[in-house]
Ligand binder design. Sequence first.
Ligand code: SF4
Ligand code: SF4
Length: 393
Amino acid sequence: MLKDKCTMTINPLQVGDQVILEHEHFQQLFTALLSRGYEVVGPTVRDNAIVYDTLTSTADLPIGYTDEQDGGTYRLKKRGDEALFGYAVGPHSWKQFLHPPVIRLWQARSDGNSFRIDAENLEAPKRAFLGVRSCELHAIAIQDKVFTGTRYTDPVYQARRGNVFIMAVNCGQAGGTCFCTSMQTGPKATAGFDLALTEVLDANRHYFVFEIGSHLGAEILQDVPHRAASQDDIQLAEDIVARTAEHMGRSMDTTDIKDLLYRNLEHPRWNDVATRCLTCANCTMVCPTCFCTTIEDVTDLTGKQAERWRKWDSCYTMDFSYISGGSIRSSTKARYRQWMTHKLASWIDQFGTSGCVGCGRCITWCPVGIDITEEVRAIRQSDSILTTMIKEQ
Ligand code: SF4
Ligand code: SF4
């Protein structure tokens, strides 16, 4: 039976309200955001992957695409329908917009006698992030803590973060490397958004159940035709997300994980993974929470102008742990162990939260398919054998 497409405007919308927006009205969300001066950034297909870039209309979305993901594998394929959000996450995360990969911090000019330092203009673009998954909301919350939650605040991040509108998407299907349920970060967006939608699509209907998360979200949706969601609509949306939660591609037992890793710093598994790891740093580049940077100073040939640049760096590079006399982590084993124990153990000591949100990107985009969930499982298995042996002695 065809869903009743009659729409009306509920006036005024409130935070917490749930409303239905028909597929044919989705473009008007773009109009509402663009007319308020937002650059809309969201998923689009480029180079055979779904990446995040500037969008101007619904047509720019990956309509009818889905992705197949596994360790070291990513493929796009057609779904056979017109879904706007029928895929998981791709190689990009939102961190590139909040914590840019390369940024100039200042320039200095010399007139021969003295020099002047010009700070960069930190004015941030007004951006609407469209299609933010629950794991990504958690990743943004983690980076909020890293960049603004301690006594040190990063002004670049703070300026960009303060100018962002977030439209989240509750996942309608899990990717092959997703494990957000293990990390308790998804697949339903529960906080940190202005609007959150669940896409409902079958042979007879195509609409979105929207939840309003902020006054700004209510104001934007007010401009778009909508109707109140019924209990049946809300239940159907809940069922879609519940089904997604049951089909995670991966899982990770996080019980006691901090102490598990701390007491296994000399576990033979680190040698094993070191024979496979290429130290290419892909996993840290695609990870939505990794935040390490390096600083580079450059001068022109006359010596009259110098610039300081900040660039993403990685614990997988030899230079990253270089201090006078050499690198602290010179072996692959030491660098992989540093990355994984920081993510899952020392991050908790540092920031009170895990550094992993279970998005699966590091598994999909590792060229040799190294899988963080498998590495934890291997250590946990032999740790329990060892613990049992000790108890039996
Ligand atoms: S460690 Fe891997 S699964 Fe966890 S947040 Fe980073 S990329 Fe995602
Ligand atoms: S774990 Fe994989 S992605 Fe990460 S540095 Fe090693 S080879 Fe590269």
